[in-house]
Structure formats: structure tokens, C-alpha cells
Design a protein around this ligand. Structure first.
Ligand SMILES: Nc1nc2c([nH]c(=O)n2[C@H]2C[C@H](O)[C@@H](COP(=O)(O)OP(=O)(O)OP(=O)(O)O)O2)c(=O)[nH]1
Ligand SMILES: [Mg+2]
Length: 380
């Protein structure tokens, strides 16, 4: 993975491309909070957050996170629950768990000193090739190309690149062509300039080519079809699951369960339930799941909400029902923990993003629907 020496024989055109790009960046660079700091810690946090989340969403989280955990030491010393809580709503919670684990390792194994090589960064949990390259180029000024999705799009268009850069072979080739453009000593600016260009002008749809500093060099523009790049293999269909979840209320408290610490959304709290099995009705599923996970028998009441969400590898439709316990006391059989929590205190727990809509709904509608339920029951 280490970058080889800079290829010789850089052409005039390649030099001109880098110059035009850097000149544009000087005046058009986005003013982003992590660009006001140079320390690897801040850059690292930003890169982790930006990995799967849009810049506008990241900004407030980033600022809160750095205020809450200003240094590597603070992050390493914090309990995981607190880190997950600060991450709540950003999604892809493995990022937060990895970040926390990496911070602890950096403190324990390196006395808090950040690595200076790609290989060492890559050994940390959650750090891939792009992130390692971004941190080393931006925070340490090393001559390394770091291509995020935006930069890849810019380059694929610039070269009218005929391979899919999401495939390893295409990716490697695009990386090599980018390395030929990289001006020594300016990798941080070069990488971020490509990212900004992709984010602001060279957008997936309707790129603003007339304003682009690279237009004169752009092969896709010359062909008149920039939107055709990067070429992509057809998107694979994500599997879909119907999932049920139960809201069980008693004495002003609602029952929540903590997901097993390992695995998807590990350690987050949820309204207990699970995937519908073939041939099962939603009600049957919920009764089975609550029996399996909590050891209770329930009566399934009114449907409260139907929520759709797409995770990286699957889509779910979450069917939320009010439930009432018929027999048994909830125990953490198929989950890490169970708690009865007042609705007003639910926001102290870290939930998956979809569940925040349930929490929000409970806060606003909870009492009125409780009244409806009571009325319903008196009719029977
Ligand atoms: N039960 C439940 N699942 C939720 C909630 N919010 C949310 O995103 N989910 C997602 C997480 C899971 O990917 C999926 C539920 O599947 P699960 O892993 O609990 O499935 P399951 O109990 O049937 O267990 P398994 O068959 O996967 O072992 O729905 C929620 O509040 N309750
Ligand atoms: Mg479950």
C-alpha cells in the first residue's frame, strides 16, 4: 500500500492540471471546522465522521464531539456508552466503537503518539486506505494521494476513465494516474481540492462545467458526457426485511432492550423485536421475539408507526406496535440488558437512527395515544 516514488516524466499537461486545481482551491476552498485545525486528532475524527455522512450533517456532530472529547486522552478515557451517545444519529455506529478502541490502543501502545506511516494507521480498527492517506497527507503533509468518492468522480471524468473505480483493478489504475498529478509537498491541498471540486462543481448530476478550473483538460467534458463517469457496475439489490418492535409501557415507563454488544448496531438500545419469519404475521413475530428475547408473553395492541430504513447491506420496514405484558418479567435472554425508562429520559440512551423517530413520536403522541388505548380497551 505504500506509495512508490513519484513517477518521473511528468508532462506539462499534468503540471498544468495540478496548478489550475491548486489555484482554484486557494480561493474556493470550503471553510470547514476541521480545516481550522492541523492536529491529527481533529483530522482523524473528521475523516471518520465524513466516511459515510454528509458534510452538513457532520459539522455540528464534529463540533460537539471535539468539545466533549477535546484530545485523544479524553476520548480514550471516556466510557464507550458516552462515545456512542455523542455519535447518536450519525449512523454506522461501528465507526464510533472503532474510534474509541483505536484511541485506547494509541494511548496504551504508543503513549498517545499518532502513527506516521500508512501501514501503522491501517492497523488501527476502522482505518482504511483512504483514511490513512487522508490523515497523513492533511495532518502530516506527506506526499500521498487520498481519493474519496468526490475525488474519484473528478478524476474519472478528467481522464474519461473507462473502468469502474469501485473495482480494485480500476481503483489501482486511477490511483496511479492521480499520483502522476500530485505536486510534491502539497498533497493535503491537492487531495482536498479534488474533494471540494467534486463536492461543489463536479457533482454526480448536472456538474457545473463552465465554472470548473479543469474544464480545459477534462476528457469527459470534451466528449460532452461528464455524467457518464465514473462508469459503474449495476447496483446490487439490497435484501429487505420486515421487522417488528414493541412499545411496552407501564407506570409511565417504557421497556427498552440493549442489543448484543457484538454484531450489527451492537450495544445500542432498541424497542425489542426482530425479523419476521416466513409465514408469520407481524403480531405472531412480535410475540415470538419477545418470548425469545425477554421471556415474556404479550398481547399485541395498536400499530403505532411504520418506518423504513436502509442500512449498508439491507433495507428494513420497522412495524412498531404497542404491547401489553400478559405474563412474565422481562429478562435479558436474547439481548445484553433490559430497562424500564421514563419517556422523558429515553434520550439518555443511544438508539439506532430509525428508533429516534419512535422516541420522538412517543414524546409527542405518547400520552394521547395512551388515552386512545384505554378507550379501546374499555370497549371490549
Ligand atoms: N427489534 C428491533 N429492530 C430494530 C429496531 N430498530 C432497528 O433499526 N432495528 C433493526 C435492527 C436489525 O437489523 C433489525 C432487527 O433484526 P434483529 O437482528 O433484531 O433480528 P432478530 O431478532 O430476528 O434476530 P436474527 O434473526 O437477526 O438473529 O431491525 C428496533 O427498535 N427494534
Ligand atoms: Mg431482535
Amino acid at each position: 500500500m505504500e506509495r512508490e516514488g513519484k513517477p518521473s516524466g511528468i508532462s506539462e499537461v499534468e503540471r498544468a492540471i495540478a496548478e489550475a486545481l491548486l489555484r482554484w482551491y486557494e480561493t474556493h476552498r470550503r471553510d470547514l471546522p476541521w480545516r481550522r485545525r492541523r492536529d491529527p486528532y481533529a483530522i482523524w475524527i473528521a475523516e471518520v465522521m465524513l466516511q459515510q455522512t454528509r458534510v452538513e450533517t457532520v459539522i455540528p456532530y464534529y463540533e460537539r464531539f471535539l468539545a466533549r472529547f477535546p484530545t485523544l486522552q479524553d476520548l480514550a478515557a471516556a466510557p464507550l456508552e458516552e462515545v456512542l451517545k455523542a455519535w447518536e444519529g450519525l449512523g454506522y455506529y461501528a465507526r464510533a466503537r472503532h474510534l474509541h478502541e483505536a484511541a485506547r490502543r494509541l494511548m496504551e501502545e504508543r503513549g498517545g503518539e499518532f502513527p506516521r506511516t500508512l501501514a501503522e494507521w491501517r492497523r488501527l480498527p476502522g482505518v482504511g486506505p483512504y483514511m490513512a492517506a487522508a490523515i497523513l497527507s492533511i495532518a502530516f503533509g506527506q506526499d500521498i494521494v487520498a481519493l474519496d468518492g468526490n475525488a474519484i468522480r473528478v478524476l474519472a471524468r478528467l481522464f474519461a476513465f473507462d473502468q469502474d473505480p469501485r473495482r480494485p483493478a480500476g481503483r489501482r489504475q486511477l490511483q496511479q494516474r492521480a499520483e502522476r498529478l500530485l505536486p510534491s509537498g502539497q498533497a493535503g491541498a491537492f487531495n482536498q481540492a479534488l474533494m471540494d471540486l467534486g463536492a461543489t462543481l463536479c457533482t454526480p448530476k448536472s456538474p457545473r462545467c463552465p465554472e470548473c478550473p479543469l474544464r480545459a483538460f477534462c476528457a469527459a467534458y470534451a466528449q460532452g458526457n461528464p455524467e457518464a463517469f465514473p462508469v459503474r457496475a449495476p447496483r446490487r439489490m439490497l435484501p429487505h426485511y420486515d421487522v417488528t418492535a414493541g412499545v411496552i409501557e407501564a407506570d409511565g415507563r417504557v421497556l427498552i432492550a440493549q442489543r448484543p454488544l457484538q454484531g450489527m448496531l451492537g450495544g445500542l438500545w432498541e424497542f425489542p423485536g426482530g425479523k419476521v419469519e416466513p409465514g408469520e404475521s407481524l403480531e405472531e413475530c412480535l410475540q415470538r421475539e419477545l418470548r425469545e428475547e425477554l421471556g415474556i408473553e404479550v398481547e399485541v395492541g395498536e400499530p403505532l408507526l411504520t418506518l423504513r430504513h436502509t442500512y449498508t447491506h439491507m433495507r428494513i420496514t420497522l412495524h412498531v406496535f404497542r404491547c401489553r405484558i400478559r405474563s412474565g418479567t422481562p429478562q435479558p435472554i436474547g439481548c445484553a440488558d433490559v430497562r424500564w425508562v421514563p419517556i422523558a429520559e429515553l434520550d439518555r440512551y443511544a438508539f439506532p437512527r430509525t428508533d429516534q423517530r419512535i422516541v420522538e413520536w412517543l414524546r409527542q403522541e405518547g400520552s394521547s395515544s395512551l388515552t386512545r388505548q384505554t378507550t379501546g380497551r374499555s370497549r371490549t
